[in-house]
Design a protein around this ligand. Structure first.
Ligand SMILES: NC(=O)C1=CN([C@@H]2O[C@H](COP(=O)(O)OP(=O)(O)OC[C@H]3O[C@@H](n4cnc5c(N)ncnc54)[C@H](OP(=O)(O)O)[C@@H]3O)[C@@H](O)[C@H]2O)C=CC1
Ligand SMILES: N[C@@H](CCO)C(=O)O
Length: 434
């Protein structure tokens, strides 16, 4: 009698044993049988790598070979897939990924920065070598948005992709609202909770979310990743006054990414926007992410879930590993890299309503002068509220416009100081239809 043939295991080399890396190790250790059944073959870690070998990682790593340099994983014969969980768009992460592809290994990564900057070159490299790069965890953590777009929605022409893709910013904005706290205080709170990236500008400056948006736009529109084409504004200038006054008008402020293809080119913008408080995006609390995809056949899809953290992010990494173990082989961005179109970046021209917060000198005719500037720019006022000046001699005024163009708003903002009635700079935020 012949013994049953055991399928060859898929052998992993894991580079990076931090939040996500250890999360992956834990899932593989806890669910070995389940993974094997679903993948059709065992999934094994053969070698691991991090910076500090002596660090207590609260996990049993004794069964795996330790290598001192991540590129060594890419050189090993007993590694089929290099799982890059170090981070950063340059340095060792990039070297390990490139070497892995060159040495005939597939790559799984959660590294949105690397993909946003070098995604096209890496995809071409992978395809030239007949290898894969999978990156479900790179966008919106545990939310399965990459597979949804490349597989489930492959029959659609995508009209628009938008969403909240940075949990830290959403935490800060919702916490400012719930606690009535200023930005600086909540920023400090987020730092103490360990929510901020080592370089916090990546979060609050909107860069991390823009990396993710650029990746989604490439898949959605069949275009080469164009991170440079994202118009980026972070949340640093969002004040507690804006949070409160937007709430008065029935809105929430979110760091919102929007990508859509227009006749003029690809619009990609990441900026604080107002959304209706009762909309799914408006109700998104804390570190949760949400991605909204609009396809011509399917209509609107809303995906919501944890955008970060060991479990959710490792869950997404595992989905890629199982996909490779099953033998599913898809082009990196959903179609061959050579067929991805070059695009022109296009500045947003889609009309929207706008929120304007102005502080005026509290004197006769001040409001009339503002109304004249707006009228001359072709901007019609929908709603307006003047707040108590508390004897300061100043009048805080909030205006919600009817839909108008970004050019008209820019023109009005440039012209308003010439009225001589403005105290400080006006604040202008787009109100996004969702
Ligand atoms: N944390 C999250 O929730 C999410 C993270 N990601 C992405 O996942 C990736 C990993 O993130 P995360 O786990 O949070 O990061 P961590 O900072 O927690 O872990 C990074 C790991 O990389 C190791 N490392 C750093 N430099 C080197 C080096 N030169 N050689 C070998 N190893 C090195 C570190 O080693 P040591 O431990 O010894 O210092 C550490 O184990 C990043 O690309 C991140 O953007 C994506 C979605 C969510
Ligand atoms: N800094 C990121 C981590 C997940 O990508 C966030 O806050 O969403």
């Amino acid at each position: 009698m012949t013994a049953p043939i055991t399928p060859a295991p898929l052998r992993l080399g894991i580079a990076g044993l931090g939040t996500v890396g250890i999360g992956v190790v834990r899932i593989i250790q806890a669910h070995a049988d389940l993974l094997s059944a679903r993948a059709g073959r065992p999934v094994r870690i053969t070698a691991i790598c991090a910076r500090d070998r002596k660090k207590n990682r609260d996990a049993d790593l004794s069964g795996y070979d330790w290598v001192d340099c991540a590129t060594d994983l890419a050189r090993r014969d007993d590694v089929d897939v290099v799982v890059e969980l170090i981070g950063g768009d340059e340095g060792i992460a990039r070297q390990a990924v490139e070497l892995a592809l060159d040495n005939g290994k597939d790559v799984v990564t959660a590294n949105k920065a690397l993909l946003a900057i070098h995604g096209q070159a890496l995809a071409e490299r992978a395809e030239a070598k007949g290898r894969l790069i999978r990156f479900e965890a790179a966008v919106a953590g545990g939310i399965p948005v990459i597979k949804t777009m490349t597989e489930s929605l492959a029959g659609n022409r995508i009209r628009r992709v938008m969403g909240v893709m940075n949990g830290t910013c959403n935490y800060i904005l919702t916490r400012m609202q719930s606690g009535g706290l200023p930005y600086a205080a909540v920023f400090e709170e987020a730092r103490k909770l360990g929510y901020l990236e080592a370089d916090p500008t990546l979060d609050v400056g909107g860069i991390d979310a823009s990396h993710k948006l650029a990746i989604l736009a490439s898949i959605a529109f069949g275009t080469r990743i164009a991170f440079d084409g994202v118009e980026i504004e972070g949340i640093e200038r969002v004040s507690i006054d804006d949070i409160n006054r937007a709430a008065d008008m029935g809105y929430r402020i979110k760091l919102l990414g929007v990508a859509q293809m227009t006749g003029r080119g690809l619009e990609q913008r990441m900026s604080p926007c107002l959304v209706p408080a009762d909309s799914p995006l408006g109700q998104l609390e804390g570190g949760t992410n949400m991605v909204v995809i609009e396809g011509d056949a399917v209509g609107q899809i809303v995906l919501r879930g944890a955008g970060a953290g060991a479990g959710p992010t490792a869950s997404a990494v595992m989905s890629d590993i199982i996909e490779i173990a099953r033998g599913v082989r898809l082009p990196v961005f959903g179609q061959p890299a050579g067929s991805l179109a070059r695009t022109q970046p296009a500045r947003t021209a889609v009309p929207a309503a706008y929120y304007l917060r102005l502080t005026l000198a509290d004197k006769p005719g001040a409001l009339a002068k503002v109304a004249t500037v707006l009228g001359d720019a072709g901007i019609s006022i929908d709603r307006m509220r003047q707040y108590d000046d508390e004897d300061t001699g100043e009048a805080p005024v909030l205006i919600v416009t009817h839909k108008t163009t970004p050019d008209a708003i820019d023109h009005a903002i440039e012209t308003l100081p010439s009225t001589g009635v403005l105290v400080g700079d006006p604040v202008e935020l787009r109100i996004e239809e969702v």
